[in-house]
Ligand binder design. Structure first.
Ligand code: ZN
Length: 146
């Protein structure tokens, strides 16, 4: 039952990704690539006074990577950089099976808990997050999940 709900959220975000597109006045951007699966993502952030005012992404990849990028943009919009980094830590621990997801802490991001059973998919799910982190660090080179 829960698995089915999770699947529906992922399929929905893959079919109609939220915050998809370019952000012309982006203060930060970066590109990420997951060579294992072929997922590519580009993220754009508009950060003002330490808060993510707007965030968008572009790219092509598998359903997990697209849904993850889409759900991530929803989760990060309006967050402070500190909160964003905490959420990334939590997300990373959950997808790698180091801890349980609680919907109170993670909201819809909890749907990626099932990914921990498929190590190859962990990279798909975390690609967009690694890319945002790279953008915030203002690194210009493209990141890979390797
Ligand atoms: Zn993938």
């Amino acid at each position: 039952m829960l698995d089915q709900l999770y699947q529906e959220v992922i399929l929905d975000h893959n079919k109609s990704p939220r915050n998809f597109g370019e952000l012309e006045e982006a203060s930060h951007s970066a590109e990420g690539h997951n060579p294992l699966c072929g997922d590519k993502v580009k993220v754009f952030l508009d950060v003002e006074d330490g808060t993510i005012e707007d965030i968008r992404f572009q790219g092509a990849g598998c359903a997990i990577s697209t849904a993850s990028a889409s759900l991530m943009t929803e989760a990060l919009k309006g967050k402070t950089l500190e909160e964003a980094k905490e959420l990334f830590e939590l997300f990373h621990q959950v997808v790698t099976g180091k801890r349980e997801a609680s919907p109170e802490e993670m909201g819809k991001l909890a749907v990626f808990q099932g990914v921990q059973k498929y190590p190859v998919r962990v990279k798909c799910a975390s690609l967009a997050w690694h890319t945002v982190l790279a953008a915030l660090k203002q690194r210009d080179e493209a990141v890979t999940t390797e």
